[in-house]
Design a protein around this ligand. Structure first.
Ligand code: EPU
Length: 437
């Protein structure tokens, strides 16, 4: 793709922005619809390419996926016969491995292509396999495919050695139909884990404790369809909070759950911003000068790794030197070279970045090396002197609905440039705009 985003820095963001549904909840809940043969209606679905990929996989394997309105879809998997999810489909997205958990629940077997490598470092799936095997599943890897089968899923007590969002999701999906009780210990506690549990319970599952360290699941014999609204995206909200702070703006961020944003709000307050919390919105007022801060990312409720690049971009403008430690991924500082091109002074040693604040960043051509790195580039560019050109923006489109449009509404000088004239027109229309006629 030859699309680029052009940002001319210097505008303080002002006004209101509405947050879309949570990507990481949607990509777990969409494959979970395979656990029932009845129809599910999902509301507050974000219009992002990662969701498109998950829905494409469902359509390809024979599910009836219908768009009801711009953020609501219905999914009916009653006609899906036992499918294999081939490499061509699963390579587009790592989270396609959630079909392992939902299909073993439905068919007592599943075959999904092994996820490949990734820009964030080594991504083992040993904890997923530990979860499946504990429930009585045989797991084998043949020619790049993960083959799983069992005669019967049996409830079990599983202690995860590593806190993993993906392993927690996959084991929850596999255990809703397991006979007896399954106890999952040392699980992820992210808001999307709670959202998945709520969705499964809306289908008739019996999942308790999501959001704490221990999840208890009483197996059931059948799940039914349901209507379910996905939670707002914590990381999209956090990204706008950082953008407001970085530009010294004043933004009301609507359709959020302020409790999910506490670790982010706390850090913004520490660096000099001010936060006002309301029932389902939050106001962020950026400071005149940004204070330095030492920060370490941790699983929820710690500061999210998915906000680390955005925070590093912000701290590159702080007064003094900050230390950012990545506590989840092995390799999440690749984007730092791009920030350096804008004049940021950052040294990286393994999982630690030392960020020496500078007065201003200066525009340069840069790349979005991954999704959250792309968000960091946008934040840096919004503050930089001159016009920054950001390439490889398809990474940003994976997880941020209409971000260019939303930033423009807040007063940013930003546009998408496409080499393809038809695409150019389409890009100027927000994906979520209600269609006339
Ligand atoms: N890990 C293992 N063994 C496993 C699984 C994970 O050692 O079997 C390790 C990983 O290598 C990593 C740590 O555990 O060091 C955490 O990985 P986790 O499994 O929690 O990550 P994930 O499920 O693959 C999800 C999000 C990521 C987010 C992480 C951490 C989705 C689809 N993805 O990934 O989101 O960074 O949790 O919070 O939910 C993003 O949205 O930009 C993104 C990368």
């Amino acid at each position: 793709m030859l699309n680029k985003i052009l940002v001319t820095g210097g505008s303080k963001l002002k006004g209101e922005v509405s947050i879309s549904g949570a990507k990481n909840a949607a990509v777990a809940i969409i494959p979970a619809t395979m656990l029932t043969r009845s129809k599910c209606v999902l509301e507050n679905i974000p219009n992002i390419s990662d969701v498109d990929v998950m829905l494409d996989i469902l359509s390809e394997i024979g599910a009836d996926v219908k768009k009801i309105d711009s953020t609501t879809i219905s999914i009916d998997t009653s006609n899906v016969n036992y499918p294999v999810i081939p490499y061509e489909l699963s390579k587009k997205m790592r989270a396609s491995y959630y079909f392992l958990g939902s299909m073993i629940g439905r068919y007592l077997k599943s075959t999904v292509s092994m996820p490949g490598g990734c820009e964030l470092g080594v991504r083992p799936i040993d904890q997923h396999i530990k979860g499946f095997e504990s429930l009585g599943v045989e797991v084998a890897v043949n020619h790049g495919m993960i083959d799983m089968k069992t005669n019967k899923l049996i409830g079990s007590h599983i202690y995860f050695d590593v806190i993993s969002v993906g392993a927690t999701v996959n084991t929850m999906l596999a255990s809703v139909y397991a006979t007896g009780v399954t106890i999952l210990e040392n699980v992820a506690k992210e808001p999307h884990i709670v959202d998945l549990a709520n969705f499964l319970n809306s289908m008739g599952a019996n999942v308790m404790g999501a959001g704490t360290d221990v999840i208890k699941i009483h197996g059931v014999s059948e799940l039914h369809g349901c209507n379910y609204a996905i939670i707002p995206d914590q990381i999209e909200a956090g990204t706008f909070m950082m953008a407001a702070t970085a530009t010294g703006g004043d933004v009301i961020i609507k359709n959020v759950i302020p409790k999910h944003l506490e670790s982010i709000s706390d850090k913004i307050t520490k660096i000099g911003g001010s936060i006002e919390e309301y029932n389902d919105s939050i106001r962020v007022i950026g400071p005149n000068k940004i204070n330095k801060l030492n920060i370490k990312t941790l699983p929820h409720p710690g500061f999210p790794t998915d906000m680390q690049p955005q925070m590093t971009a912000l701290l590159s403008l702080a007064e003094g030197t900050s230390v950012v430690t990545e506590g989840v991924w092995d390799n999440r500082f690749r984007y730092v070279d791009e920030l350096r091109r804008l004049g940021a002074l950052i040294q990286v040693d393994g999982k630690v970045a030392v960020v020496e604040g500078v007065d201003t960043l200066k525009a340069a051509p840069i790349r979005a090396t991954d999704l959250r790195a792309g968000a960091a580039m946008l934040i840096a560019a919004l503050t930089a002197k001159g016009t920054t050109e950001i390439e490889d923006i398809e990474h940003i489109e994976r997880g941020y609905e209409d971000i260019v449009y939303k930033l423009k509404q807040l007063g940013a000088s930003i546009e998408i440039i496409s080499q393809d004239p038809v695409n150019q027109i389409l890009k100027s229309i927000p994906r979520n705009t209600p269609q006339v006629g």
